[in-house]
Ligand binder design. Structure first.
Ligand SMILES: N[C@@H](CCC(=O)N[C@@H](CS)C(=O)NCC(=O)O)C(=O)O
Length: 304
């Protein structure tokens, strides 16, 4: 039995579970694991945290941690070796911004690649419902896939005008990641940072895993594919203690910062303005996209 204070509730196909589990593995924080394979477990999380989402951590003193960004920041305080957040204030800001972008802005293309291609939808739908019903996995998987498609694409601002742009967000990320990961092992330099874990959510459990997109990554993003395995297998005890962060000034960073400045930050701003005016949806206008977005008023994307 593992001697630890933490029980991680997670799902093996979940964006944010992969992100947090990779962090716990890297920092070698002892924990036991509960796979959320029944509604009962989900209800327990909902009752304990106020929100029925994974991952969540139950501590031995009865307290809970949820939402991966503050969870990682909280764990960093008691696990300061090989920090994943740079001390330099400017680099810290950039690193946290990139984490947030990976968490929130890449979930829409992650939903696209999981739920729009038919083969992916059928496979993932069946895989997810199998834990609830072994006997009716085929019809239930079909309905679950349709539900996800509606909820996370068509009711979330994706339509026939912008669908291909959402699909192509993956290729823009690969155009950034490939030369970067050719130069250095992790996004901000020699060691994993919170920016790596933010990008890991959509890439590990969606793009690099799902039936159609995994082949796209293998063919168009071999450095990215390698980074996924490297980060999953990273352990702080195996790494040099001298963390060397790199200031993100190489030319391949520019298109990413342009996307953040002209698409993602305007989205956050317009969302905040709509929230303040009590609206439920808003017409988002960015540099490369337009869509009718439902308000994101608490936590981000809930995404399988
Ligand atoms: N911001 C949260 C997001 C958590 C989240 O959306 N989790 C998804 C799985 S990746 C979930 O539990 N979805 C279930 C649902 O919405 O019913 C975090 O960082 O932990």
């Amino acid at each position: 039995m593992i001697n630890n204070n933490y029980t991680l509730y997670k799902m093996d196909i979940s964006y944010f579970s992969g992100k947090l589990e990779a962090y716990l593995r890297y920092k070698e924080i002892p924990h036991s694991v509960v796979e959320c394979d029944s509604l009962k477990v989900f209800h327990k999380i909902g009752q304990s945290t106020g929100i029925q989402k994974v991952p969540a951590i139950e501590m031995s003193d009865g307290k809970w941690l949820f939402d991966t960004t503050p969870t990682i920041q909280w764990l960093e305080k008691s696990n300061p070796d090989n920090p994943v957040i740079p001390a330099d204030p400017a680099l810290k800001f950039v690193t946290l911004l990139i984490e947030d972008y990976g968490d929130e802005w890449l979930w829409r293309p992650a939903m696209w690649w999981r739920w729009v291609p038919k083969i992916s939808r059928a496979t993932m739908g069946r895989r997810i419902v199998k834990v609830y019903s072994k006997h009716f996995a085929i019809p239930l998987g079909y309905y679950f896939g349709r539900r996800q498609l509606n909820e996370w694409l068509w009711n979330d601002g994706v339509d026939k005008h912008n669908s291909n742009d959402v699909r192509d967000m993956l290729f823009h990320e690969l155009a950034f990641l490939e030369p970067l990961l050719e130069d250095q092992p992790y996004l901000m330099g020699s060691h994993p940072s919170i920016a790596d874990f933010g990008y890991f959510g959509p890439f590990f459990r969606h793009f690099g895993n799902d039936p159609i997109s995994a082949e796209v990554i293998r063919r168009h993003g071999p450095n990215t594919y390698e980074w996924l395995a490297r980060l999953w297998n990273a352990r702080k005890s195996k790494m040099n203690e001298n963390v060397e962060w790199q200031w993100p000034s190489a030319p391949y960073w520019k298109p990413l910062f342009k996307r953040i400045a002209s698409d993602y930050l305007p989205y956050l701003h317009q969302n905040a303005v709509a929230f303040n005016s009590g609206k439920k949806t808003f017409d988002y206008h960015g540099c490369h996209f337009m869509f009718k977005a439902p308000l994101n008023n608490s936590v981000p994307a809930s995404a399988y």
